[in-house]
Design a protein around this ligand. Sequence first.
Ligand code: GRF
Length: 196
Amino acid sequence: MKNIVILISGTGSNMAAIVRAARRENWEQRLQARVAAVISNRPQAGGLVHAQEQGIATEVVDHRSFGEREAFDQALAQAIDRHDPGGRPALVVLAGFMRVLTPGFVAHYEGRLVNIHPSLLPAFTGLHTHQRALDAGCRVAGATVHLVTAELDNGPILAQAAVPVLPGDTADSLASRVVTQEHRIYPAAIAALLRG
Ligand code: GRF
């Protein structure tokens, strides 16, 4: 069974969707991977509790304990790789992980590092994507699963989902419409990637 490691910073609803997919009753619908660990850079990330309740190993690598980005990324990579017997998890999944990663870290996981971003990339890289989509008058918004490369929110696109922007939408109402789609496309994109 292939091991995947999920990195979170907050609620972890995408992480929970991936865990659900890996535990589906129906073998044909099941994500063929084991969630070996959930690692957070924030000790208070709500998703850690959910992962523990699911019996998944959790770990905190607190970025505030490290002076330099490189030192944090090195400790993070060591923590990740320890969760695979061969020291090489099949995939490292960023799911609401709010740290920019160094080129060295990204190179170490080349082709094995995926992210979900709450916009239809290449539009709205970075933060506050939903408010920016509303301010720009967009009629559709969405989310993108992509391979991570050294440039922020800019790797090859693996999957996208679009949702309508509705009259009266706020950043919150739009975010909740988008995140529902994230929970659908992220496990599916991971499954496709693992199948090669
Ligand atoms: C999602 O909208 C994801 O696209 C973005 O951060 C949010 C994380 O939500 N990168 P959750 O922690 O998975 O609930």
